[in-house]
Design a protein around this ligand. Structure first.
Ligand SMILES: [Zn+2]
Length: 581
């Protein structure tokens, strides 16, 4: 067995001290690995760079020789001993849900950042003991092993990695659903209302339980970090770490962020932590784990996170439709939707989604955003062809039964389509094209015919139309402030600025010879009609240049999703069913 001890004797140094006792050693060498990434966050992060002061001994403390043979691989000569002890420290000062952090106020760690493993023994049960700083407690979803305070067991290395730890003076709120205990461990303070937080979190659990029929875990832990402007969430099998700005609990519009995030990450209890693509578990922690199905695990989850808030009474249907309109507008303003498919976006998550740059919107799409909208359209298509007797939930539940956590996971090709076809019955043929066009292709999404199923339509318009109501002139660049300067932050590839040769990082100086900042530029541009040519003065590096730009008619930049003027009875019923009313 591998026995880990994690201590934090000097929290202000940001160093976790790790000891690993390895028994039943029989080989001449041990190859100890440290993961390069955290499941759920698809990017190689090379946690080995934070390891220092590594040593290896026998149980009597006699040093064993060792060497690094790769950047995340330590090889120890066992010299015939049956038990090996490792000691090392890990620097932890990155405040995100997927990394580890230690200071004098608390310690948070993802075991994958701290715990080295032996690949050939990663299926074995193991134990982890935490020695928290004085006066601190420990919150984790792992089961206590009964051997002492803060001692835990995991059935294998995957379960260990899937169980983050919060150590400190966190507040712990509790509630239960169906007799299953839930804890909310809160680090930090802000404008939260504990009673409301508890009530609404419970409501989220209940509405997801209603969708799936039961809760699949013996207990559940929400680790909640209240931070200075940081955000994020990372799902785990029986727990989650959520990070929100400490002041985000008021007003209501802002509180949505907590509700949506919590709903999203809890949905992953089913979709990705249990029902999962075959490539996503058991994991290879040393390198990228490729799958074309991230759109399913993140897109379907993003679709239901707010829909289930509506069904749980935590979001008004009108607000849900506003959010839907924002998402459609957002995707339609990204030229990358015509270049990258959902499957490609999934596969390239490792080099694209987590590493955005000024060109990202021109060449790629988010599998969250497009995945959510495609899930909605798929839901509508199923509702249409089955006349409201079935919907996407039936597909998710079917897949959940068909690919249980104990099995190999969803095969890469064909399995999601097959489940949709099974639910859609005699209308199955329609969906082959849907998948080829919307998921494996870049066909424009047909929102209008999708939303017509529930009696809704799109109403496109301009935020600032010309006086006669027509399209204003459009440049197509966005800007950012840097000190006193206004720099181009990005240029849309379908815009006049792009055609004219405006670059990211150009400094905006003047329009037609007159000094402007961004606000003044927008005000001046509003005076021109589409087709006019203006002269932009820009600093490119230290060189002053002039770029003539012929403005075009702006694309729509405002969208509402509204009820059709006279919905049929069937549309009314479909809408009510969709909203869970
Ligand atoms: Zn997610």
């Amino acid at each position: 067995m591998l026995t880990y001890t994690v201590s934090m004797p000097e929290p202000h140094t940001h160093l976790f001290h790790v000891e690993v006792a390895i028994d039943a050693v029989s080989s001449p060498h041990l190859d100890l690995h440290l993961p390069a990434w955290t499941p759920g966050s698809y990017m190689i992060r090379e946690y080995a760079r934070h390891v220092q002061q590594f040593s290896a001994t026998d149980p009597d403390g006699q040093p064993l020789s060792w060497r690094k043979t790769a950047k995340a691989l330590w090889q120890v000569d066992t010299e015939g001993v049956a038990e090996v002890r490792l000691r090392y420290k890990v620097y932890a000062f990155e405040q995100t849900v997927r990394t580890s952090y230690l200071d004098s106020s608390h310690g948070y760690f993802n075991p994958g950042n701290l715990c080295m493993y032996l690949p050939e023994r990663s299926h074995e049960p193991l134990t982890l003991r935490v020695l928290p700083a004085e006066g601190w407690r420990v919150s984790t979803a792992l089961e206590p092993d009964g051997s002492g305070p803060w001692c835990y067991r995991a059935s294998d290395y995957d379960e260990l990695v899937d169980s983050p730890f919060e150590c400190g003076t966190q507040r712990v709120l509790t509630f239960s659903v169906d007799g299953i205990p839930h804890e909310i461990a809160i680090y930090g303070y802000g404008n939260e209302d504990e009673a409301r937080l508890l009530r609404d979190t419970q409501r989220i659990v209940e509405s997801q339980r209603d969708m799936f029929g039961s809760l699949p875990y013996p207990h559940y832990l929400f680790i909640l970090h209240l931070t200075d402007g940081r955000g994020g969430g990372l799902e785990h099998r029986n727990s989650v770490t959520n990070m929100v700005d400490r002041w985000s609990f008021q007003p209501e519009r802002s509180y949505e962020r907590y509700l949506s995030l919590t709903s999203h990450e809890l949905f992953h209890v089913w979709n990705v932590k249990r029902l999962r693509p075959a490539a996503l578990g058991p994991f290879d922690y040393s390198q990228e784990n490729y799958t074309r199905l991230i759109w399913f695990v993140e897109g379907v989850t993003s679709y239901y996170d707010e829909l289930l808030l509506v069904r749980g009474g935590l979001m008004q249907p009108e607000r849900f439709l506003e959010r839907l309109a924002d998402e459609i507008l957002n995707l339609q303003s990204q030229p990358g939707r015509q270049l990258q498919t959902l499957e490609e976006s999934s596969f390239d998550a490792w080099i694209k989604y987590y590493r955005p740059d000024e060109n990202s919107a021109n060449t790629s799409i988010s599998y969250y955003l497009k995945g959510s909208l495609v899930s909605m359209l798929l839901d509508m298509q199923i509702r249409r062809v089955t006349e409201g007797t079935h919907c996407l939930e039936d597909v998710v539940r079917l897949l959940y039964q068909r690919y249980p956590i104990s099995g190999p996971g969803i095969p890469e090709a064909g399995a999601v389509l097959a489940a949709v076809e099974e639910i859609a019955g005699e209308h199955a043929g329609l969906f082959r094209d849907f998948f080829a066009q919307m998921i494996a292709g870049t066909t424009e999404l047909d929102y209008s015919s999708g939303l017509a199923v529930v009696g809704l339509e799109l109403r496109w318009s301009y935020r600032a139309p010309r006086p006669d109501g027509s399209a204003p002139a459009w440049l197509g660049a966005t800007f950012k402030r840097k000190g006193e300067r206004t720099l181009v932050s990005s240029v849309r590839s379908d815009s006049p600025a792009y055609s004219a040769g405006v670059y990211a990082d150009d400094e905006l100086v003047a329009l037609n010879g007159w000094r402007v900042d961004e606000e003044q530029l927008q005000a001046r541009l509003a005076e021109y009609a589409p087709g006019s040519t203006v002269r932009l003065s820009l600093f490119r590096g230290d060189a002053l240049i002039e770029v003539p730009v012929t403005l075009t008619a702006a694309p729509y930049d405002r969208l509402e999703v509204v009820a059709v003027s006279s919905p049929t009875e069937q549309q009314r019923e479909q809408f009510q069913h969709w909203m869970g009313r």
